[in-house]
Design a protein around this ligand. Sequence first.
Ligand code: FAD
Length: 423
Amino acid sequence: MITDTPLTAQLEAQRDDRLRVLIVGAGIAGITLAQLLRRDGLHPVLIDRMPVFDHPGYMLALMPTVDQAFIDLGVHERYRAAGTPMDRYSFRSHRGKVLRTDSMKELLSVYGDYNGISRGALIDVLTESGCPATLGTTVRAVSDGVAHFVDHEGRDAGEAPFDLVVGADGIHSRMRDVLGAGPLDVVDTGWSGWVAWADELGDADLGEELWGDGFFLGVYPVKGRVGVFLGGPDAALEVGPQRFAASVRQALDQLGPRLEAAVAAVESDPDPYLWHLDDARTARWVLPNDSARSGTQSILLGDAAAGFLPTAGIGAGMAIESAWMLGRMLKSADRDSLAPILRAWERVERPRVESAQANSRMLAKLMFRRGRFTAWLRETIMRTLSVRAALGPIVKLVAGRPDPDAVARTALASEESAAAGGA
Ligand SMILES: Cc1cc2nc3c(=O)[nH]c(=O)nc-3n(C[C@H](O)[C@H](O)[C@H](O)COP(=O)(O)OP(=O)(O)OC[C@H]3O[C@@H](n4cnc5c(N)ncnc54)[C@H](O)[C@@H]3O)c2cc1C
């Protein structure tokens, strides 16, 4: 559980830490990192701009890249119990016919779990041992190693020095500007979609996607219900969820009770969450900032560093992996070893995340296109291209997860030998 904690109390707890860490953003990545560092005896200061902890309750399908983080945090069984295995995936034609159903279990179980879980349930799992955070607070500036805090109304909320400032404030990160991340590489699909919940009507292990001509409908199981995503080009969504849902229903011959319930869930939700489908990538994760003067390091983590389109369903998976890699690499780090460890973390983790992001961008080109011919072409490709082939690069990543302890050891050894060579 997140406990709203005064900033002064978090700073006091951190006073004698070997590494004073500030994490801005209590989302999936920020919480994962904070909890791992706490397990290793540190007291990272965790803040979030939300005055009341209340996240949009959408669904997540998590790849096995996340399992080791849960194992290290001692919550793996809780995670498995709070989610539901997504063993099968069906792809439907633009008129609603099931074209193929693949076994995700066969593809992924050798590496670990592929689980559907709601964001709220995931955060409960990550914070079950307690998680202090200062809510309604953000960072206005970091200068000479000192973070300047403001509350959610922009009023001054104090300042404190840190050795490491982590911007983990999501895809539309403000910390990128605060920390001077430079230009962003963004893909904007021009599509958005509503997210809603429907009751489970059987097939509790089945994720389904229907890529229509000018719309997209996805159904993803979590425990006891299904998350629904109904999207389309921004201009088409201006009519609102009810009228857009009605137009989708008209375009389909074979909806079936499950997808019918999914469309109805969007129609009947008085205020469905609207997700705009863009992504973001920064050129660097470890930022120059003012470290030369103060020794303070600044980094971006999770969606703030690389935010994903939903097409490969792996944004949270990679955010958790990046936080886990970093947490493990910082296990016994201090101020002297911080810089080489961060450099090594970026060197190993960024290419992995960027390759997953490249896969999601490639799939987006196939999905977010209008026109009958495109729909026909897409279906022809999907008839022959198995999920194994479409997600091939992702599976390769899952299979090749690096060992953070070895990466940290190598980084420190090469730092030492460089120092010895220079002496
Ligand atoms: C509808 C939907 C479905 C998704 N489905 C999947 C899926 O199936 N599989 C998957 O792997 N990924 C999925 N994702 C992506 C996934 O949610 C993100 O990749 C993941 O949440 C990234 O974690 P994060 O901690 O970087 O950012 P977030 O979880 O977004 O957390 C950012 C936090 O920072 C806080 N914050 C923002 N600005 C500030 C500020 N200026 N100061 C302080 N705090 C701030 C926010 O309040 C928030 O708590 C989905 C996303 C959405 C929206």
